[in-house]
Design a binder for this molecule. Sequence first.
Ligand code: NAG
Ligand code: NAG
Ligand code: NAG
Ligand code: NAG
Ligand code: NAG
Ligand code: NAG
Ligand code: NAG
Ligand code: NAG
Ligand code: NAG
Ligand code: NAG
Length: 710
Amino acid sequence: MSSFRTVLLLLLVLFAAPAVLNASEDGRQVYIVYLGDLPIADSSESKGFSAAVEVSHQDLLAQLNNISGVEGIVSIFPSRTRELLTTRSWDFLGLPQTPQEELPLQGDVIVGMLDSGVWPDSPSFSDDGMSPPPGRWKGACQNFTCNNKIIGARAYHHGATGMSPLDEHGHGSHTASTVAGRAVDNVSFDGLAAGTARGAVPGARLAVYKVCWLRGSCGDADILAAFDDAIADGVDVISFSIGSVLPFQYFEDAAAIGSFHAMRRGVVTSAGAGNAGGLDGGNVCNVAPWMLSVAASSIDRRLVDKIVLGNGNTIVGASINTFPPVQNATLALPVNGSCDPDDLAGGSYKGKIVLCPAQDGNSGIGPRLTGVVAGAVLVGEPDVAYALPLPALVVSQDHFDEILTYVNNTSNPVGTIGSTETTTDPEAPKPASFSSPGPNLITPGILKPDLSAPGIDIIASWSPLTPLTTNPKDDRKVLYNIDSGTSMACPHASGAAAYVKSFHRDWSPAMIMSALITTATPMNTPSNSGSNELKYGAGQLNPEKARDPGLVYDASERDYIAMLCAQGYNATALALITGSNATACAADGSSAAGSVGDLNYPTMAARVEPGKNFTVGFPRTVTNVGDAGAVYNVKVVFTVGSADSLAVAISPSRLEFSEQNPKASFTVTVAGVAPGAGHVVSAAVVWSDGEHEVRSPVVVYTPDVEESRV
Ligand SMILES: *[C@@H]1O[C@H](CO)[C@@H](O)[C@H](O)[C@H]1NC(C)=O
Ligand SMILES: *[C@@H]1O[C@H](CO)[C@@H](O)[C@H](O)[C@H]1NC(C)=O
Ligand SMILES: *[C@@H]1O[C@H](CO)[C@@H](O)[C@H](O)[C@H]1NC(C)=O
Ligand SMILES: *[C@@H]1O[C@H](CO)[C@@H](O)[C@H](O)[C@H]1NC(C)=O
Ligand SMILES: *[C@@H]1O[C@H](CO)[C@@H](O)[C@H](O)[C@H]1NC(C)=O
Ligand SMILES: *[C@@H]1O[C@H](CO)[C@@H](O)[C@H](O)[C@H]1NC(C)=O
Ligand SMILES: *[C@@H]1O[C@H](CO)[C@@H](O)[C@H](O)[C@H]1NC(C)=O
Ligand SMILES: *[C@@H]1O[C@H](CO)[C@@H](O)[C@H](O)[C@H]1NC(C)=O
Ligand SMILES: *[C@@H]1O[C@H](CO)[C@@H](O)[C@H](O)[C@H]1NC(C)=O
Ligand SMILES: *[C@@H]1O[C@H](CO)[C@@H](O)[C@H](O)[C@H]1NC(C)=O
């Protein structure tokens, strides 16, 4: 048996690091040196294995003077620093509490969390009644006391290991408990969002790989090392709530490389799509087709806060504000026009509510630092509630202007800020303003994000080692916190993947991704008419349906390599991803024989030139995972406004399966006249046997973003 192993090497001191790269604090640039496949006789011989790794390290260290000449190195790339993306949700998704009898089934599923560590003393991580870890588990608990819930914990920082995996941030505890937290009753944030907090798979095991440290930085070298350890330890699912504001080329993306290895070993990776939604588009990250990219959307519970103006008008915004109400306080514009701490210093805002314009962001730090401000109104996207360090709320620009008009026309303008209240939002799920949209700038023919999951105002476990907000002078500590981000959406999908895996131990990562994607609930509803699949993918995660998807679109390592070849990757670039120079495209580069659209992906996407006629074919093969004799018929459902510009033909339009023939192939041909620049037209191909609906979005879009940004 042979295995692959990434060997990280972080001791390289390169003083002439390219300017675009973030140097680490001490000015050294960390590079990742990737050795590709290291043969090992037997994966259980971990001792001999580490020895091999050490020798390689020493060989390398001896030759650092000219690293590019060292034999055996297939890849060197700079280690970038990533960011953490920052429950009612499971009820909203229709996933019931796990019945007692299914808990042991889940106990065989291990989820690896690459995050900021974990706070193990939370009741969410209790191992009450849980059996010891599965015998195949090879993980370790370094500088950490494990139990039968958290069965592994390691930490990685700039290449060093052995530090405490305790969560000093809160993020890692939040994501871990969303995936696999036990059901804990009567959880709330100071009375807000009260209810039972639980993960998707409360019976599953967690293995924690701490790669993110305070201030949210997570290094590529540490990420890659953690991926490889998690795979070797024996996790089934990797949850990766870490991202960037733009996607990276696969061959220099630690997450793409790590998740490729995971895929090869049957481990599915679910990742956040990124929180750069306020920007131009094309920001979606973690876009490799062998990993799931998860967008964030709302749940039907909203946290709203109000300001009542002296003229009786009520303006609704968002915040997590459990401070006592501020009554009839004078509304004041900052004298210098800004709520930056320096600008507010020395002003007379005692007992007033300051109105902070948009360019100040929405942190509330400035008003808080003055120490005398009674409250604040901030401008932002009020679809998300943030914990602010003083009585304050975030309102839309329009509402802010309305307040300014009142202030401009009133001799003594006053307002009352109440405490946050919970309301029901019948329009949910809606895409989160912050969630990074496509198109996929790395592989334009693959739709990313793949799907959406709850990522707004999610309450879950937190760490008391960290203050509630990153704001200075806010020293509130909590065991459960409300947080928002694709970081919160990702563990919902990771948990759903673990849930599916608990019923289908032998399914490949592609099958699990397919099950999640084709059963997602469509989000192209009237209330989401301003948005499209490039923002929310196939729609909202539906774990219960994913458990029994009917048909799945499977793909193997070979298929992904064929896709990379079709995209024009050369042998060098390919080796960086696969970790082996043995995988090569057809010698004459005639991978032109295939196209990216040939990958057996559960969605179909094409980027076309504005105004031009197009015809694109998508050959697909589905595997029947339902009743052996199922018969499926196809229908096409057009998104409102798309039927005129899109023709979708499927051949054959009927699939008959049998015990002997669990697979069937068909081709989807999409043709039409492309819309103008920056537009999306879409439909869905839906196979149905009367019981299952296997839905694949078909998305055709025209470019409007600067691809040179990547
Ligand atoms: C590094 O090695 C390469 C290939 O072996 C060689 O061409 C190059 O001159 C070397 N550079 C230095 C600075 O020694
Ligand atoms: C792959 O790399 C190894 C050493 O790293 C080298 O010996 C071998 O010739 C390479 N194979 C190909 C096909 O380039
Ligand atoms: C455990 O972690 C702490 C904090 O990171 C560190 O100071 C200590 O050296 C670690 N202990 C061991 C045995 O590595
Ligand atoms: C729930 O928690 C609140 C305080 O957080 C407490 O007052 C109340 O008694 C608790 N209810 C139950 C049923 O435990
Ligand atoms: C605030 O002003 C309103 C209207 O002028 C008044 O009814 C209310 O009593 C005031 N509240 C306080 C606490 O002063
Ligand atoms: C306005 O800003 C300047 C520096 O930017 C500061 O020195 C001054 O105190 C501010 N004035 C008030 C009234 O806040
Ligand atoms: C209110 O008045 C200020 C200056 O007095 C001005 O800058 C601002 O645009 C006015 N706002 C509105 C909404 O009219
Ligand atoms: C309020 O003041 C603004 C100028 O800041 C003016 O344009 C507007 O007409 C006034 N509105 C009313 C209702 O008086
Ligand atoms: C292979 O592709 C990489 C990335 O696009 C490029 O930098 C490199 O020059 C290519 N190598 C060859 C031999 O074409
Ligand atoms: C584009 O397609 C339309 C019909 O959909 C046809 O009338 C037109 O001639 C085509 N244009 C070209 C350049 O093929």
